[in-house]
Design a binder for this molecule. Structure first.
Ligand code: UDX
Length: 435
């Protein structure tokens, strides 16, 4: 099918590549000229494993091209809207400026029978409003939330856990659904479960899923607080409760907590929307989920202070990790950078390193000092903080790192290092939720 993808960020660029890999003829549109130039040359404008290969292969095949000119979407039968919905400044609610603009601009290029597919994460009720705005174009809107994880985005898009369609009642909705079945013919043939529902449910599925994941992480981080107060070990606790299949071990890794462009802003936007709907009490627990999450960052700084004999003023701190999670260069709401910035504000000399995210981190926090490698960041350090669990940091050799630091002290913010090995090499090892 002839497909357009509007918005080529972390979601849209991968979606465009994946749609071309599924055999469709795709044009991706973005306002950012540098991004479009990179994508057109088959290069990924951000770090995402597998994306460079996907783009190289699909742009070379001639089935994928990119443009800054929205009129190029004319003639496509399906239009995926993948623009961002960031948190508004000084508010919990989502900023819908980009979604509204994308729909308003797109309307001019739609033909009767076209299918517009909303993938952006929006407050429930938005799809209904956007569908009303398309009246008169002859196009139908389907809401099809996206569940991809950064770091696994290509795999998640080509082999999703499930597909969800929010479809309006009536003949146009049925037709739109049939078109989307053709778009997703390959994953559907592979047996990917499909849930067809109404607009409201489809929009809620996305924020409900992210709220559940955030709650699971904050639950185990709350248990970590209990472990800290009692001398218990949260990693053993997570293993033990995770054996119960009703609970499951996934997303029970205690540590610095969640960040990124989705979980934090999605739970806040969900709370804001619940307030507008008069059901804020239903989500008041998410405020606690958010608070537990933010407290972990403060606790991390406190732990560093403890190992520095009560003060970090003038101390050298190495922070390993800037991205909000490994295998990503995304620093939006990154717990690692938040800890680094707090420590700097409190008078420490902080050096941050990351295998991929330094350019983005430098743009977001120009006052921080950066180094290319863990060894360089740890030169003369009084304390080393593992903030993002990149594979190369998990594999660090305590004997080797000991040669460059001033004081052998490490705080494991992700509970991924072996305390026995580090203590055995003479290090003071501290972690969140572990004795
Ligand atoms: C999330 C959802 O997983 C995805 O389905 C949705 O489409 C977008 O939001 P993403 O933001 O890419 O994806 O990251 P995810 O892997 O969910 O991790 C989110 C944060 O939680 C990271 O900061 C991670 O470090 C943290 N995390 C995750 C934990 O602290 N503990 C865990 O056990 C798991």
């Amino acid at each position: 099918m002839r497909v357009s993808v509007i918005g080529c960020g972390y979601l849209g660029a991968v979606h465009a590549g994946a749609m071309a890999a599924l055999g469709h003829d795709v044009v991706g549109v973005d306002v950012d000229e540098a991004k479009v130039a990179a994508l057109s040359a088959g290069r990924a404008p951000f770090f995402e494993p597998g994306l460079p290969e996907l783009l190289a292969q699909t742009t070379a095949s001639g089935r994928l091209r990119f443009s800054t000119d929205l009129s190029e979407v004319a003639g496509c039968e399906v239009h995926f809207v993948c623009v961002g919905t960031p948190q508004r400044h000084h508010e919990f609610a989502a900023d819908l400026t980009y979604v509204d603009a994308a729909f308003a601009d797109l309307a001019a290029f739609l033909a009767p029978g076209d299918v517009v597919v909303g993938k952006s994460t929006v407050p429930v009720g938005t799809a209904e409003r956007l569908a009303a705005g398309l009246e008169g174009t002859g196009a139908v809107l389907i809401w099809n939330p996206e569940f991809l994880r950064e770091g696994f985005a290509v795999q998640d898009t080509l082999h999703p856990d499930r597909l969800v369609y929010g479809v309006p009642a009536g003949e146009a909705g049925e037709r739109g659904r049939a078109v989307l079945d053709v778009v997703y013919a390959a994953p559907l043939a592979d047996g990917v479960p499909l849930v067809v529902t109404d607009y409201a449910t489809a929009q809620l599925v996305k924020v409900a899923a992210n709220s559940f994941l955030a709650t699971k992480i904050s639950f185990i981080n709350a248990m970590a607080e209990l472990c800290e107060a009692t001398g218990a070990d949260v990693t053993a606790l997570a293993d033990a409760i995770g054996h119960d299949v009703r609970i499951g071990r996934k997303f029970l890794n205690a540590g610095l907590g969640f960040g990124g462009g989705c979980l934090p802003k999605d739970i806040r936007a969900f709370m804001a929307r619940a307030g507008e709907l008069g059901v804020d009490q239903a989500l008041s627990f998410l405020r606690e989920v958010d608070s537990i999450n933010m407290r972990r960052r403060v606790r991390m700084v406190d732990l560093a202070r403890e190992v520095c004999a009560g003060s970090i003023v003038g101390r050298r701190v190495a922070v390993l990790g800037a991205a909000f999670k490994p295998d990503s260069d995304d620093v939006r709401d990154s717990p690692a950078l938040s800890v680094a910035a707090q420590m700097r504000l409190q008078g420490a000399h902080v050096t941050v390193t990351d295998p991929q995210a330094i350019p983005n981190a430098q743009r977001a926090w120009p006052d921080l000092v950066f180094a290319d490698t863990a060894e360089a960041a740890a030169q003369g350090a009084d304390v080393v903080i593992l903030a993002t669990e990149w594979r190369e940091y998990r594999a660090l050799d305590p004997e080797k790192l000991a040669q460059v630091v001033r004081s052998k002290a490490i705080v494991d913010g992700r509970n991924v290092l072996d305390p026995v090995a580090w203590r055995g090499a003479g290090w003071t090892y501290r972690a969140l939720g572990r004795p």
